[in-house]
Design a protein. Sequence first.
Length: 402
Amino acid sequence: MPGLKKRVVVMGAFRFPEGDAAAARVLGIGKALRQIGYDVDFAGWEERGRTQDRCGEEEFSYQGFRYFSQNQFRLKKINPVFRFFKYLTMGVGALSWLQKHSKLNRVDAIISYHGGIAYLSLLKLFCWKKSIKLIVDCTEWYDGSSLPGGKWGIAAIESELRMRLLNPWIGQIISISHFLGDFYKKRNCKIFLLPPTIDLRDSKWISERQAAPPELRLVYAGVPGKKDLLYSVLLCLDTLRAEGCRIILDLIGPTDEEILICVNGDEKLLHRLRDQINFHGRIDQSRVPALLKQADFSVLFRPQRRSSNAGFSTKLVESLAAGVPVIANVTGDIAVYIKDGKEGILVADESYDSILAGLRYALSLEKNALFEMREAAKQCAERNFNYEVYCGGLQKFMEDCR
């Protein structure tokens, strides 16, 4: 039918609409697709849709997008054998929904946010039979040592096969970083480079910054796990505290248990810093920008490994969008967007000494220098991470895909 909009289904390993950073990633893609004329549906693997988003018996809506929860992250409270099988086949259950959905709604393209070998192989077969374009949104490549079972565990082997064989077979990749884009370009894949994006017109990014406190204020948002060196930051704060320098740190995301794991059970350190750390825990995504805007800098330090260079931190993008410059070491594409002394402070490496030097430099800055860095951070977000910047390129990419 002439004038009928093409439909894209975005599905895969994310918790829509606000359950994780992956959900923010695909929402940005959805908004760009909608702006260039596509209808977009989401099918994330979250357990259920939110009550406030319900618009039908089995249908939910968020910011004008329909979404259909697939409940594929079900690994808890099952025996180890079934848990292992479920891990390898995670996402396969969503294909039965896709079969029904495609009968009721014409589907022209599917964008899959990652997914395992079994799921992606069956999805590739489904798309081939139905003449549907299949595109993989590729945002990370974990190191084997950081996965359950280590380098030779099933999770690491499965990941390597997916990244090195299955994704090139699919051949159409939205890449979050130059590292991944270059890897797949060498394998003759069709590539569209797309960092994390946000909607700067969303009201949560428009709120005014509160009056700055007298102390230097830092913020960390996320869950450190093994990827972020938050412990080193706390050790540096302790050193500066002993020298009489008071720095406030807001922690958004980590639970008390996760913080204890992060600091290797060093409760004495946390006790010494008790008056300098604000523990916010898990909060709604809509509240994050207001907390970010209270800070002078966000902090992000990661070890030099493949996962750090392949991925791109959503929390870095959100910090810049809030007008908060970043103190970080250079991994991945960070130096492409952030210049030392302008949109943030880039330290030599992830070592304790380098982090301490970066914090000392931040303490030395005058108020007018901090203001100029905040303005530069906001402008950087507008130039590089607003989803509208990528609409033209994404349109051409979608048209060129088979």
